[in-house]
Design a protein around this ligand. Structure first.
Ligand code: NDP
Length: 255
C-alpha cells in the first residue's frame, strides 16, 4: 500500500472506527500518532496494535481536537520528525431536529466535527506540504444526503464534505491530496455516548439494517480499509473525492 514508514495522525483512535483505522494502517507499516481524550482506551488500541504487528511504533497523544491542534502537531513532530497523513476521524453525534434543537449541543457537534477538523488540518498543513502528504476525513452518509431529525450531525458532516472539496482544490497544485470516506451505520459506541441505549438503540439498529440497500450495516474494518487506500499512494490521482461506504444508501431518495 506504500504506507510503510509513513507518519500518520489518527484522531479518535481510542474507539470504534478510529481504532480499526489504526489497526489497518499499522499492518500496512505506518508509524502512528494515536489521538484521543481517553488515555486508557488509547492504551488499549496501542496494545492491540502491538499484539498484531511486531515492532509497531505507535505513540499516544492525549488531546482534545477542539482545543489542542498545536500540541498534537508539536508532539507528533517531536516523536517522529515528520507528518505524512492526517486522518480526521474524531466525531460525535447530536440528537434531534430543529424544533427540539439544543443549541449548546449544536455548537458542540459543529465544534468537534467541523471546527476541530479545520483547526487541526490547518496546523498540520505546513508539514503535509513538505511531505506531499494526504488528509482523509471521516464524514458520513449524513453529509451526502439529508436525514430528518439529525440536524446538527448532518449539517456538520455536509460542511465537512465541502471543506474536503475546497481544500482539495486549494492543495492540488501543491501535491497534497484531501479526500473523505462517508460511512453508513456502523456499530460502535457513538450512539451509546449520547444516551441511545437498549430498546431505542435496538430499534434504530433494525431500521438501519432495513434502510441500507445491501440489507445490513457496515463494519469498522470496511471503513478502515477505504481510509488506508485513500491515505496511500494507490490513490495518488484521487483528491476531493467523497467515498460512500454505506451499502448504497447515499443513492436513496430522502423521504
Ligand atoms: P466512537 O464514539 O466509537 O468514537 C469516537 C472517537 O472520537 C473516540 O475515539 C473519541 O475519543 C473521539 N473524540 C470525540 N470527540 C473528541 C475530541 N473532542 N477530541 C479528541 N477525540 C475526540 O464513534 P465512531 O468510531 O463511530 O466514529 C468515528 C467517526 O466515524 C466519527 O467522525 C463519526 O461521525 C463517523 N461515522 C460513524 C458512523 C457510525 O455509524 N458509527 C457512521 C458514519 C460516520 P475519546 O473518547 O478518547 O475522546
Amino acid at each position: 500500500m506504500s504506507l510503510s514508514e509513513k507518519v500518520v495522525i489518527v484522531t479518535g483512535a481510542s474507539s470504534g472506527i478510529g481504532a480499526a483505522i489504526a489497526q489497518v494502517l499499522a499492518r500496512e507499516g505506518a508509524l502512528l500518532a494515536l489521538v484521543g481524550r481517553n488515555v486508557a482506551n488509547l492504551e488499549a488500541t496501542r496494545k492491540t496494535l502491538q499484539q498484531q504487528v511486531k515492532g509497531i511504533r505507535a505513540e499516544i497523544i492525549a488531546a482534545d481536537v477542539t482545543k489542542d491542534a498545536a500540541a498534537i502537531v508539536q508532539q507528533t513532530i517531536t516523536q517522529f520528525g515528520r507528518i505524512d497523513v492526517l486522518v480526521n476521524n474524531a466525531g460525535i453525534l447530536g440528537k434531534g431536529g430543529l424544533i427540539d434543537l439544543d443549541i449548546e449541543e449544536f455548537d458542540s457537534v459543529l465544534n468537534t466535527n467541523l471546527r476541530g477538523v479545520v483547526l487541526l488540518t490547518k496546523a498540520v498543513l505546513p508539514h503535509l506540504l513538505q511531505t506531499k502528504g494526504a488528509v482523509v476525513n471521516v464524514s458520513s452518509c449524513a453529509g451526502l444526503r439529508p436525514f430528518a431529525g439529525a440536524l446538527s450531525y448532518g449539517v456538520s458532516k455536509a460542511a465537512l464534505d465541502q471543506f474536503t472539496r475546497i481544500v482539495a482544490l486549494e492543495m492540488a497544485p501543491q501535491g497534497v491530496r484531501v479526500n473523505s470516506v462517508n460511512p453508513g451505520f456502523v456499530v460502535t459506541n457513538i450512539h451509546q455516548r449520547i444516551g441511545i441505549v437498549d430498546e431505542e438503540y435496538n430499534g434504530m439498529l433494525q431500521r438501519a439494517i432495513a434502510s441500507h440497500p445491501m440489507g445490513r450495516v457496515g463494519d469498522v474494518f470496511e471503513v478502515a480499509e477505504a481510509v488506508a487506500f485513500l491515505a496511500s499512494s494507490k490513490a495518488s490521482f484521487t483528491t476531493g473525492a467523497l467515498f460512500p461506504i454505506d451499502g448504497g444508501k447515499h443513492n436513496l431518495t430522502p423521504r
